[in-house]
Design a protein around this ligand. Structure first.
Ligand code: ZN
Length: 179
């Protein structure tokens, strides 16, 4: 496995719509290696999600930690994800992005979603997610459409460098991992 280079804001790959992946491609050794390398890269940089365009690959794939913590974090790939919001509740909370390092900002997202995708065996799966996990999945799916979290902010008033975030906004000592 290898650690991949993460594209930073300004690289055109982050603004392009990624292409769908067919089942045959998913099962190739090259695609399986991309999944494993992305998981390794996400863990190396202490992210909670990573989308293929962030590692210069224009395909509809992301990996995300969906449950557990630390060594027990369960990281799974989502291929060709399609999100449906459940209910109308939007929640505003902090986000960060590995492609926009050391910046945090508050972003409104659906509180609860369903997501349909292929798993790594190209089997169709549907999962329900809420709160933080739903937020991560929405953030990563946006990357596949060339959308960054700044684009979703209602205003830029909450944009904060990480040092200032820790000093002024993180009173609960809650970390906000990058995605
Ligand atoms: Zn991101």
């Amino acid at each position: 496995m290898s650690i991949l280079k993460v594209a930073r804001m300004g690289h055109p790959v982050l603004r392009q719509r990624a292409r769908e992946v067919d089942a045959t491609t998913v099962r190739t050794p090259a695609f399986q290696k991309l999944i494993d390398d992305m998981i390794e890269t996400m863990v190396e940089y202490e992210g909670i999600g990573l989308a293929a365009p962030q590692v210069h690959e224009g395909v509809r794939l992301f990996v995300a930690g969906i449950s557990g913590k630390g060594d027990d974090l369960k990281v799974v790939p989502f291929i060709n994800p399609v999100i449906t919001p459940v209910g109308e509740e939007l929640v505003e909370d902090w986000e960060g992005c590995l492609s926009i390092p050391d910046i945090r900002g508050k972003v409104p997202r659906a509180q609860e979603i369903k997501v349909k995708a292929f798993d790594r065996h190209a089997k169709r799966v549907e999962i329900s997610a809420r709160a933080f996990t739903a937020r991560v999945i929405q953030h990563e799916t946006d990357h596949l459409d060339g959308v960054l979290f700044f684009d979703r902010m209602k205003s830029f008033e909450t944009l904060t460098f990480l040092d200032e975030f820790s000093k002024y906004w993180n009173r609960s000592h809650r970390t906000v991992p990058e995605e």
